[in-house]
Design a protein around this ligand. Sequence first.
Ligand code: ZN
Length: 77
Amino acid sequence: MNCNDFVELVTEFLDGALSEDTEQRFIEHLAQCSGCENYLDQFRQTIAATGELTPEGISSDARQHLLSAFRDWQRDV
Ligand SMILES: [Zn+2]
């Protein structure tokens, strides 16, 4: 799994919607990659901060916004 795969799967991970195999690879990547660990933290904080934006209810617009913010941030590193 690479960072793009990880980002694409974050909402499904938070939903508990990943298959066992995929979740295993997701967690393995998380353990190796501090960038994605930070991203997952930010994602959770954003959901907590906005309250109503639950993983289930996250709109595709909001999701795209988070994903593009993460890609911008990756480019800066
Ligand atoms: Zn990563």
